[in-house]
Design a protein around this ligand. Structure first.
Ligand code: ADP
Length: 381
């Protein structure tokens, strides 16, 4: 009994992506597998650019294939495992990144793997806070991340990221994103007079949003997180026309009134043909000084709503004085500090980022686009 290509693929089911916590076969990361004359070859396409994570997957894949060969009584002479993308092992691009290339309307942004919108049915539920902390958490996990403040009616990213003292840089006609807390960010809030009310008519909203998308030098990104305005207005429509998204995340508080609005937001995304990656419950519970968790608003409401909608629940984030203070001070990195008392907030934010990463990878696989961005070509011979 010899080791076959199917045997190799089966063996690779035991290899997990260390960031997405799923096996590389179900994630669609195996692009090619073949065996000929004792020489096994595998090509992987993975989302992480962390060289250590890639090295680990490579090592685990080789171990799994060699174990399968022994079980099949096959003597392997060589096992070659490589990565499909040219970016293999390359660290995230520094601020500025590669020069922007012209973009196809309604398509992907060149160099950007996953575009994820964060929306909410109503204002004040912590949508911008979750979008920003999701971006910081993904960056801390080793990804190259951008944040587009698409909340053009009430941009809060300048405050949340502490951009007050920075000036917007423009090179040619391209905005250079701010590079803060490991995230490349742009916001309309740094392009307008902060004291003037932002009244955009439909076409103006369209124009403002598309300029932020198209005239920013994003460089290469694993994730571009878009913080949408609350509700179901012009911006999501423009976004759906301009961009092909991996999916949308909905932020909701536990109460019934917030859920009703969130259901409308979910239906809007579905109507626009945007996959809903899942629901985050913000202000889910409160952790007292005694370390106990207090259920202030009816914890679990968003999870039940997610079940009703048939979309994943991505986790809950506590209502936290530290989070409020760090947001006001423009210091989201402090939400991830290892200080005592911060553990539950940090763990909750990191878990949401892990879940979003896993759902993004799954959504791309379902859409037939592996995490590497290109169409799959599983040529098993
Ligand atoms: P939205 O984008 O939904 O309008 P924001 O993200 O701007 O809401 O949040 C509104 C306010 O609530 C901000 O002052 C923010 O710091 C605070 N906030 C959001 N989430 C939390 C939380 N989990 N704990 C404490 N304060 C929070």
């Amino acid at each position: 009994m010899a080791l076959t290509k199917d045997g190799i693929v089966d063996a690779l089911r035991r290899v997990n992506d260390p960031e997405l916590h799923r096996d590389i076969v179900s994630l669609g990361a195996v692009r090619q597998a073949s065996i000929c004359d004792g020489h096994a070859m595998v090509r992987l396409s993975v989302s992480t650019r962390d060289p250590a994570a890639r090295e680990r997957m490579k090592r685990d894949a080789e171990t799994a294939i060699r174990a399968a060969a022994i079980a099949a009584g096959e003597r392997l002479k060589q096992v070659d495992i490589d990565f499909a993308d040219a970016a293999a092992g390359r660290p995230p691009a520094p601020d500025g990144g590669a020069p922007a290339k012209p973009r196809q309307p309604g398509g992907a942004l060149p160099g950007v793997r996953h575009i994820i919108a964060v929306g909410a049915g109503k204002g004040g539920v912590g949508k911008s806070t979750i979008a920003l902390n999701l971006a910081v958490a993904l960056s801390r996990a080793g990804h190259a991340v951008g944040l587009l403040d698409g909340d053009i009616y009430g941009p809060s990213v300048p405050t949340l990221l502490g951009l007050d003292q920075f000036e917007q840089q423009v090179v040619g006609n391209m905005l250079q994103p701010f590079y803060v807390h490991g995230v490349k960010a742009v916001t309309i809030g740094k392009l307008i007079d902060p004291d003037k009310p932002l009244i955009w008519r439909g076409p103006m909203a369209h124009g403002a949003f598309s300029q932020l998308v198209n005239q920013t030098q994003w460089g290469e990104l694993d994730y571009l997180i878009i913080d949408l305005p609350p509700g179901t207005g012009d911006v999501p429509l423009t976004m759906a026309q301009l961009l092909s998204l991996t999916g949308a995340v909905i932020v909701c508080t536990p109460q019934k009134v917030a859920q009703d609005d969130a259901v409308r937001a979910a239906k809007m995304f579905q109507q626009l043909g945007i996959a809903v990656l899942g629901v985050v419950e913000n202000m889910s519970y409160f952790v007292g000084d005694d370390g106990k968790e207090y259920d202030l608003f009816g914890r679990g409401g968003a999870e039940q709503m997610a079940q009703r909608l048939g979309v994943p629940y991505l986790g809950g984030v506590p209502i936290s004085m530290a989070l409020r203070r760090n947001s006001d001070e423009g210091d989201p990195s402090a939400n991830f500090s290892a200080e005592a008392g911060n553990a539950r907030l940090k763990a909750a934010l990191e878990e949401v980022a892990r879940q979003v990463g896993a759902q993004a990878a799954l959504a791309s696989t379902r859409a037939g686009i592996p995490a590497g961005g290109a169409r799959p070509e599983l040529t098993i011979s």
